[in-house]
Ligand binder design. Structure first.
Ligand code: DGJ
Length: 757
């Protein structure tokens, strides 16, 4: 619900309010927090500066009480007395950087809005547009769309050049949020194979920047971040989450001023950015989203999860249960042929797997990563009957067939590069730098985009391909397009607009295909990609405990139905660590389960275990993929992590207890629950799993099935008192009652209410 009364805008969601008002024609930010009733005059929330401020500049010379430098603003600009980080930087028609945007009008309407060329959130409830104008003729429009149920507000900005000369935008944030409280900041950082690890710091005077310049949203710093009260925990306290619907270079800054004001802003990274806007032309920023929760970090994550499921992911697969897949990458790498794939498929089918994904190496002369990207035709040596015959055979076995592509790239050793060297991103006078032996195609060009759309579509039309893994494996360097001339500052943004154009066309033409986005694992895990593809490969790292951290970090901003999570072989290919097969499964089932190993190499006992795993996952698949997720114990901060996923009707939940290293003579473990119905009685059992005494092998002795654990209680007891779990092995005298977890051990606990059949 959006209202405008006595110069004050109030944006309400189900549980939050966002208030700002006119102040000398500027927009003064007044409140963002727990929902407040209508009716106050909101004077209490305004900045009081009756004495003015020493050593500063008066924006209006005749009013010493109006000083921008300590005012919370909806959107700041340089040149008139705000000396903090400003949201916009434009070379104006007069070549200066001075601007002064003041309110001119606004409108409120039902629904959301579309942003030309960019992905955007769907099914918005209501939108507010506020128009501001500068004397040069430039118009600045601020957009606010409400998503009431999930307490989300989407924001973006548009510049209209009403002057008669070109302007050059060097910085234009999608949103700014000025607050007058002290916060801690949570960001999610990493690199390849350790994406989205949580970092937490208290903010104090100065600026913290989170950004990427790789041409992707990146595995280095996720655009998702949280500003939280210092005392905020997983289950209590206030916090604000932010994310950006964008897949390229992003920038977020939090700056604490000398007057203790906290200024947050986010949008396209201004680094290397310069966009020309001609007379009567417009520029739209990507949409940013913010959400407020007074129920701690879990409350905030659930807002974000609901929003992603309802308002970001679209298309046929949005709410459909996703298939259990087998991917041949770590099983064979480039070394496979049709016979090998069919062997893998046959065993996989027996195990209960539903989809075979053929990864890299099926096209051109690609026997390693040095050639053939761009040559999207089957390698007939490996696949004599081509993809259509392979897909048919897989389908005959009763499985779906899926295929890997990396369409944005070209290998210098390829037919495509031989014909079109000018299609690769490179500065004409320089030798381009290679990443994984490959170059990036110049997606700013229409002919390149048409080529990609046709090449991928031809393959998808040539066989029954029901799933696509869309990969992207290098950062962009040598950023330059031969078609952009002097406008190279537009390159990165035009690249991603080009990618969105391709995805719009390809995903739109194949609505039944399930698309999974991937970028060297999780190098482009963002809301932009999720507008086209409902799921993303979380990370190439499938080590048990590394995955606990990666998936837990990811869960702060993204729901389980977006996270590709696979069980791989040991020793793990990324860490060389050996961990139990059951633990690898237990963590992977909090996401979209797949296997990334050679099933023909599993022992009979391992096959038995995997069969049981898949049976179990399918039984609870809806819960794992679409349930409400809670972090009960933080894996980054303790020796074990605990997660829980609860069904919408609260009648069942599954908790994962993930141990790192066994502590000799250990203290007792407690299992707490969240999200249950206080008044329902729940029976709790532990998923039976095989224990591995010999690393990498399962014993067939029945005594090595995990010990039975059964508990019970009403929801209030389970949520407030928790369960003191059976004692772990006390380092002497093993008996059947001991919970034998060992290093990297884990368990799943299923809670079912009496009413649940
Ligand atoms: C990187 C991906 O993350 C892997 O899963 C695999 O598809 C390789 N690329 C193939 O080159």
């Amino acid at each position: 619900m959006i209202t405008f009364k006595e110069d004050v805008f109030k944006i309400d969601t189900d549980s939050s309010s966002y208030v700002f008002g006119l102040n000398h024609g500027m927009l003064e930010s007044m409140y963002y927090g727990k929902k407040i009733r209508d009716g106050s005059d909101y004077y209490a929330l305004r900045e009081k500066s009756s004495g003015g401020y020493p050593n500063t500049v008066l924006t209006e010379n005749d009013d010493k009480t109006f000083v921008m430098d300590n005012l919370c603003l909806e959107y700041s600009f340089p040149g008139k007395g705000d000396f903090r980080n400003t949201a916009i930087e434009i070379r104006m028609p007069d070549s200066s950087f001075v601007c002064d945007f003041r309110y001119s009008s606004h409108k409120i309407y039902d629904g959301g809005y579309k942003i030309p060329g960019l992905p955007f959130a769907i099914k918005g409830d209501q939108t507010l547009e506020v128009n501001l104008i500068d004397l040069s003729g430039l118009e600045l429009i601020l957009y606010y769309t409400v998503f009431s149920k999930t307490d989300v507000i989407a924001r973006s900005v548009c510049i209209k050049n009403g002057a008669d000369k070109d302007i050059y935008i060097r910085k234009i944030m999608s949103m700014q949020l000025d607050l007058s409280d002290s916060f801690k900041l949570l960001t999610f950082n990493g690199l390849w194979a350790r994406e989205r690890h949580k970092d937490e710091k208290n903010l104090s005077y100065g600026e913290v920047v989170c950004s990427s310049v790789t041409g992707a949203s990146s595995n280095r710093q996720s655009p998702f971040m949280v500003l939280a009260d210092r005392e905020c925990t997983q289950s209590s306290g206030c916090c604000i989450g932010y994310n950006l619907i964008y897949s390229s270079n992003h920038y977020e800054s939090v700056q604490v001023s000398g007057y203790d004001k906290t200024r947050f802003m986010g949008g396209i990274n201004p680094a290397f950015f310069e966009w020309r806007v001609g007379p009567n032309d417009t520029f739209f920023t990507p949409q940013a989203v913010i959400s407020f929760s007074s129920c701690g970090l879990n409350g905030l994550s659930q807002n974000m999860h609901g929003f992603v499921r309802e308002n970001i992911i679209r298309g046929e697969w949005a709410k459909k249960e996703r298939p259990v897949l087998i991917n041949n990458w770590e099983a064979t790498y480039f070394n496979f042929d049709e016979k090998k794939l069919l062997e893998i498929a046959k065993v996989s089918k027996d195990l209960g797997i539903e989809l075979l994904v053929l990864d890299d190496g099926w096209f051109g002369l690609r026997n390693d990563d040095t050639t053939s990207l761009g040559d999207w035709y089957e390698n007939r040596k490996k696949l004599p009957g081509g993809l259509s015959s392979l897909a048919e055979k897989i389908n005959e076995m009763g499985m779906m067939f899926g295929l890997w592509f990396e369409p944005e790239m070209v290998s210098p050793i390829s037919d495509l590069y031989a014909i079109h060297p000018e299609w690769a991103v490179k500065v004409p006078s320089r030798k381009p730098s290679l990443g994984r032996n490959q170059l990036v195609l110049d997606l700013t060009r229409k002919d390149v985009r048409d080529y990609i759309v046709n090449a991928v579509s031809n393959i998808l039309n040539s066989a029954n391909i029901q799933y696509v893994k869309w990969d992207m494996n290098r950062h962009i360097t040598d950023a330059y397009s031969q078609e952009l001339g002097a406008r190279q500052g537009e390159f990165y943004h035009r690249y991603i607009l080009g990618l969105y154009d391709i995805l719009e066309r390809v995903c739109g033409a194949f609505p039944h295909v399930l698309f999974e986005s991937c970028a060297s694992g999780g190098d482009r895990f963002d809301l932009g990609m999720l507008c086209y593809m409902p799921q993303i490969w979380c990370s190439d790292n499938t080590d048990y405990y590394e995955r606990v951290l990666i998936q837990e970090g990811t869960s702060y901003g993204f729901p389980l139905c977006t996270m590709g999570a696979h069980v791989s072989a040991v020793p793990n290919h990324q860490t060389m660590r050996t961990t139990p097969l059951e633990s690898r499964f237990n963590v992977a089932c909090f996401g979209l389960l797949g296997y990334e190993l050679d099933p023909t190499k599993l022992s009979d006992n391992e096959k038995l275990a995997v069969k049981e795993q898949i049976k179990f996952y399918k039984k609870y698949r809806k819960l794992f993929q679409f349930g409400d997720f809670f972090r009960i114990k933080d894996g980054f901060e303790s020796e074990h992590a605990v997660w829980e996923v609860v069904s919408a009707d609260k009648k069942q939940s599954i908790s994962g207890f993930f141990q790192k290293l066994f502590v000799p003579n250990p203290p007792s473990d407690k299992l707490f629950f969240k999200g249950l119905d206080e008044e329902l009685f729940y029976k709790i059992s532990c998923r039976e799993q095989y224990l591995e005494f010999v690393p990498g092998r399962l014993s067939d002795d029945e005594g090595f099935l995990s010990n039975k654990e059964e508990y019970g209680g009403y929801g209030d007891l389970l949520m407030n008192g928790g369960i003191k779990l059976n004692q772990q092995y006390p380092s002497i005298r093993y008996n059947q009652g001991s919970r034998l977890m060992g290093d990297f051990g884990s368990r799943l606990y299923i809670a079912r209410s009496e009413e649940e059949k």
